[in-house]
Every structure is written in structure tokens, then in C-alpha cells.
Design a protein around this ligand. Sequence first.
Ligand SMILES: [Zn+2]
Ligand SMILES: [Zn+2]
Length: 186
Amino acid sequence: MLCRTIELKLTKLWHKAVETSLGKGNLARKNEFLHTLDTLFDILTCKCSIQLCSESNCSHSGKRENNSHIDCGCPREKKIPVLELEFIKAQRTKAEGQGSMQMGSIDYSETKKQIANAKKREQIREREQKKKMKSEEAIQREEELCQDEEEEEYGEEYEEEEELMQEDMVIEELVEMVMEEEKVMA
Ligand SMILES: [Zn+2]
Ligand SMILES: [Zn+2]
């Protein structure tokens, strides 16, 4: 649930970003931006490898609520909720470009090329970012957001208006982060 909330926010951010840059950026640039969002999305959770039951030799296919496994030693607040494992696995596969076939009407080879380019650029960027404290701060900020949301989920009183305001703040923060990142890349 937590991660779907985050995806929803990122989707909203994406639409906002498209609106802002409408007419300016080309498709490749937009795709790259989208890929940045995927990366943002991925740092919110643990990086441990997920295996689907169908990929392993386990015997509980169909017998459990979830059909996936993870050998995760991450701290509790970073762990992926069991019911989200399949969803995260699909997201990661998509980020790797293996799921491009699912994009349907979009030109497959062109999309694949763009994803490969974005991946190359991302590798360079990652190397540079590792040297910077800035990225550590960003990750920490995301973690704090995650924790805030977890607490919200358990809260009994829930002011929807307040949540919408917080969502706007989160989106603004993310827009700022992405803008900063784009500046660094430029
Ligand atoms: Zn299994
Ligand atoms: Zn983990």
C-alpha cells in the first residue's frame, strides 16, 4: 500500500512535469525524466533481489497470498511489504527495459533505444552522485517521507484535506529535487 501511494505521487509529479515542459522537451528527454522518477521510486525501498515463485523451485505457488520471495536483511522501515513484492518486481523489470513489450502501441525498438540511453546516462550520473553528500540527503529525505506515511496508515483520525496539502508539499519537494538533478546533468 505504501509503495502504491508513492507511485501515485510520482505519477502525479510526472503529469505535472509534462505540463510544465510541454512544447519544450522532446520524447527522449521526457523518457529520461520518467526514468529519473523510476530511480527515485526505487530508492524508497530495499534493493534485495525478489524471486517469483514461478522462477524458483518452491512448492507454494497459489497457496499463499503472495507469489514471491525475498531474502531481505534491511531494517524494518526499508523492507518491502510482502504483498508489494510482486508489484515491485514488475516495476524493477520495467525499469530494466525487459517489460517494454507491455507498452503496446509505443514503438518498441525506439523505446528500447531510449531506455538504453537513459540507462547509460544514469550509470554515469550514479557514479558522480555517489561522491556527493547531496544524494545521501535526498535518500534520507525520502526515508523520512516513507516513515511519515507509515505512521499515517496506522493513525485512526484521518484528515483528507491535510493529506492533500501534504501531498502537494511532497510533490513540490520532488519537483525541486528533480530540477536540481537536471541542473547538475545540464
Ligand atoms: Zn514460493
Ligand atoms: Zn532488503
